[in-house]
Design a protein around this ligand. Structure first.
Ligand code: NAD
Length: 344
């Protein structure tokens, strides 16, 4: 399977590092609104630097890997699907659930696949957690917590404005890791209650090269939610770009017969710690056989193999749509019933 990458910004480097070493896919081409970025990526990693139109029409591109900013995820994915290509988006799948539903329906009609980040949930940390819960290692899940607390991305990202525009904010930006991990471990969500606030209407960039520029904030930056899972478990989740430092855990899951400390879902590895009544302390569980290093690109590789083997792919559009439904309710401070999809 040949991959064409659209969007050669900050995250493209690790995808290119990993995918150009893959024996399962080939990176054939790359494109970016900023043509110099596509040329630089092609010079470093091989492949042809094309315009976006050329890449979408290229006969040797089977899968469009869409690594653009969230505002372009839906429109570019639709164009790729219209052209008969499979598409794999960086997260979030789209900004609006309605657009995401239309995209999946279009892909169904066209007979092509839609995949979506994050693929970190396919790594050893979350897969070990999933297996332990599925095997009953902590009994029946009762509840848990999730915390993604940071001061925002304007201190390190070279062009951070999109994190504060529609499609950004802590929930749509970082929520995909946390909510997808929780859904992977606990199954689908059936309801969300949330309180969301925008703490500062403007943020000042402190990273190069835009140091000193201000960003008008369009989204909530501190969101506190309760997720009710179809299984009956309930998880409190706080996602914030307004916290300077915290000692709170990433994710914990509590069951009738124990507790699980789940590692950072923005990474692939462990440790996964478990406590059962009678234990003196937490202990680290052995990790399952899955990537534990920064394997970004693993999800699109899996999709390519799944297409060839005619089986479902794992980082699926359906999963990403469910997560988008949950995040949308959470980010807007809504109380919402969620229709748990049958495919998860
Ligand atoms: N930076 C990270 O650490 C990181 C980590 C994981 C996921 N992501 C996700 O990856 C995506 C990209 O993030 P990034 O940090 O690489 O952003 P970025 O701004 O560094 O890069 C995005 C690139 O997409 C290009 N682009 C935007 N709209 C386009 C369009 N319509 N057509 C062609 N090219 C277009 C831009 O010119 C830019 O080069 C986002 O969805 C983000 O959430 C980023």
């Amino acid at each position: 399977m040949n991959i064409g990458i659209i969007g050669c910004g900050a995250i493209s480097g690790i995808y290119l590092e990993n995918l150009t070493k893959s024996r399962r896919v080939r990176v054939a081409a790359m494109a970016d609104l900023d043509a110099s970025r596509a040329k630089a990526a092609a010079a470093k990693y091989g492949g042809r630097a094309l315009t976006v139109d050329e890449l979408i029409d290229a006969r040797d591109v089977d899968i469009v890997l869409n690594l653009t900013t969230p505002d372009a995820h839906e429109s570019l994915a639709r164009r790729a699907v219209e052209a008969g290509k499979h598409v794999y988006n960086e997260k979030p799948l789209c900004i609006d659930p309605a657009g995401a539903r239309n995209l999946l329906e279009l892909a169904r009609r066209k007979g092509v696949r839609v995949g979506c980040a994050p693929d970190t949930v396919l790594g050893a940390g979350i897969q070990t957690s999933r297996k332990l819960v599925a095997d009953g290692a902590i009994g029946k899940p009762v509840g848990g917590l999730a915390f993604m607390l940071c001061p925002g991305h304007e201190s390190w990202h070279p062009d951070p404005a999109f994190y504060y525009k529609k499609g950004g904010g802590p929930v749509l930006d970082m929520g995909p890791y946390y909510i997808t991990a929780l859904v992977t471990i606990l199954g689908p969500v059936a309801g969300v209650r949330s309180v969301a606030r925008m703490t500062r209407p403007q943020r000042t960039i402190t990273s190069a090269p835009r140091r000193g520029q201000t960003i008008d904030v369009e989204v909530a930056t501190h969101c506190v939610g309760i997720l009710e899972f179809a299984s009956g478990a309930s998880v409190s989740a706080t996602l914030s770009f307004d916290v300077h430092r915290s000692r709170c855990a990433n994710i914990e899951v509590w069951g009738t017969e124990g507790a699980l400390a789940v590692p950072d879902p923005n990474g692939f590895g462990g440790p996964v710690s478990i406590f059962r009544p009678g234990d003196q302390d937490w202990s680290d569980a052995p990790l399952v056989d899955a990537p534990a290093h920064n394997a970004r690109g693993f999800g699109v590789e899996d999709m390519a193999v799944a297409i060839a083997e005619n089986r479902p792919h794992r980082a699926s559009g359906a999963l990403a749509l469910h997560v988008l439904d949950v995040m949308t309710a959470m980010a807007t401070g809504a109380t919402a019933k969620i229709e748990p999809p049958q495919v998860i």
